[in-house]
Design a protein around this ligand. Structure first.
Ligand code: KIV
Ligand code: ZN
Length: 521
């Protein structure tokens, strides 16, 4: 008998983007969508069309280009959102509209400020409207795990009658408990009490507020869920969503337990993880399951001894299964283009001939300064290449100079090249070197923003290490992240600050993202 299949819905580009302090450009979203296509997830929730013109545009570009996975747009249960979602995915070969509406009393009373009957009516009407545009309609009763069960069952029954084809049970606030009497019981009850549920796909969407998102997703599979939603690296609102790579590897490694098929190409996981971390600026903790730097490293003598004799002594899955590069090739100044290309591909970069030639030039410059060019160096190098090639660049840094020390007043001089190729030089003092550099850039451009986060990381050990600076600035309540790398920290800071300012300047035209739980008047 054929095994049953669990569909994987990746929402890195929608719920993942709701992580505090991150924002992705359309180009970056497309890059991630292409990687998710390679990873063969079943559904890509590529955005929330009504949230901003930028999101609408990137969604519709993804819908036009990406074939294979279903492309979904989120929509609140209001006509305009549903219409915009439909238009954004209309060019996909496999479009989906995902309508959501709060079902819990807490949300209905305090956020929606509508009574149960009004909310029920909105749910049904919006699913019917979505159905008028496309066959594939998902419905999510937001905050399902804190909803009165009778009301939840009634709502689900009504939206199924209205045409929903996937019923998603969101644990919006990460409240569920992964046990047979907890989340497992809720899924059992949904299946026992909702007429028509056997004709639709039952899905779950778990948040990680109590650190239980993956556990809840997996127990849901045991109790009948046949679609699971998650994000790469577990990013997302607050403590994030279920890590999709952990769900995938749980189902894959413990096939014996779950007896379930999935479609994903697990060997693309590592590249996807690195890519999302690089694009969002959200580091992956070293001990993170599946994709953390230490996930396949063995430190203690006893463990090393075991692994050397047979890897299965301390490894439940092989690193190759998730695409972790073997690291057998040492890259340095004698390395050639083919070696560089192969390592870059391992790290999730596919380059055209011309781009490879450009990157090879920068690689040679770096290799001249460094004995060994590591994976982290390469990621930084690619970040810099990409930043200059794709970032909405109004200003580039030509030169930065700093004078200071413990007696002098920290003073920075910057030379920038402006949008029309003009060169602008200015100088300013500050509380310290970074402050002085940021002030000098602000003065040169004539902008002002608040620095809210400054993070410097040595990329590798050793005196020849590169440093990466990540800077977050705030302007009019919105945050923009910038990164820069160099062997000189002041130069890296200037690059990072300028990159954040460029992003802010480019997004000035975009409208604000509405709150997810809000409904327009
Ligand atoms: O967490 C949540 O409830 C959501 C819904 C919009 C599915 O993200
Ligand atoms: Zn969510």
């Amino acid at each position: 008998m054929a095994k049953e299949r669990v569909l994987l819905l990746d929402t890195t580009l929608r719920d993942g983007e709701q992580s505090a302090g991150i924002g992705m450009t359309g180009v970056e979203k497309m890059e991630i969508a292409r990687q998710l296509q390679k990873m063969q997830v079943d559904i890509i929730e590529a955005g929330f069309a009504a949230s901003s013109p930028g999101d609408f545009e990137s969604l519709s570009n993804i819908a036009k280009e990406i074939e294979g996975p279903i492309i979904a747009s989120l929509a609140r249960a209001v006509a305009d959102d549903v219409d915009q979602a439909a238009r954004a995915v209309e060019h996909s070969k496999r479009p989906r509209i995902h309508v959501f509406l709060s079902s819990s009393e807490i949300h209905q009373m305090h956020q929606l400020r509508k009574n149960r009957e009004e909310v029920m009516e909105m749910a049904v009407r919006s699913v019917e409207r979505a159905k008028g545009y496309c066959d594939d309609v998902e419905f999510s009763p937001m905050d399902a795990t804190r909803t009165n069960p009778e009301y939840l069952f009634h709502m689900l029954e009504e939206v199924i009658k209205a045409g929903a084809t996937t019923i998603n049970i969101p644990d919006t606030v990460g409240y569920a408990i992964p046990s047979a009497t907890g989340f497992g019981q809720l899924l059992k009850d949904v299946q026992a009490n909702v007429k028509g549920i056997e004709d639709v796909v039952l899905s779950v969407h778990c948040h990680n507020d109590l650190g239980l998102a993956v556990a809840n997703s997996l127990i849901a599979v045991e109790f009948g869920a046949r679609q699971v939603e998650g994000c790469i690296n577990g990013i997302g609102e607050r403590a994030g969503n279920a890590s999709i790579e952990e769900i995938i590897m749980g189902l894959d490694t413990r096939k014996d337990h779950f007896g379930i098929e999935i479609n994903a190409d697990t060997t693309q996981i590592y590249s996807a993880s690195r890519m999302v971390s690089r694009i969002t600026g959200m580091a992956v903790q070293a001990n993170k399951a599946i994709v953390g730097e230490n996930a396949f490293r063995h430190a203690s003598g006893i463990h090393q001894d075991g692994v050397l004799k047979n890897r299965s002594t301390y490894e439940v899955m092989q690193p190759e299964r998730v695409g972790v590069p073997g690291n057998t090739l040492v890259l340095g100044k004698l390395s050639g283009r083919a070696g560089l290309q192969s390592r870059l591909e391992d790290l999730g970069y596919t380059l055209s001939r011309e781009d490879l030639a450009k990157v090879f030039e920068s690689f040679k410059v770096l290799a001249d300064k460094k004995r060994e060019v590591t994976d982290r160096d390469l990621e930084i190098l690619m970040d810099e290449e990409k930043r200059t090639a794709t970032e909405p660049i109004s200003y580039t840094l030509a030169h930065v100079q700093f004078t200071g020390g413990d007696q002098g007043i920290p003073t920075a001089t910057v030379k920038l090249i402006g949008p029309d190729g003009e060169s602008i030089t200015d100088a300013c003092t500050g509380n310290g070197p970074v402050d002085a550099v940021c002030n000098a850039i602000d003065r040169a451009i004539g902008t002002e923003s608040k620095l809210v986060d400054f993070n410097v990381q040595a990329v590798t050990e050793g005196i020849d290490s590169q440093g990466t600076v990540t800077i977050r600035i705030e302007k009019d309540g919105r945050h923009y992240t910038g990164r820069g790398a160099d062997t000189d920290i002041i130069v890296a800071s200037a690059k990072a600050y300028l990159s954040a300012v460029n992003r802010q300047l480019a997004s000035d035209e975009e409208s604000d993202v509405p709150a997810l739980g809000s409904t327009p008047d």
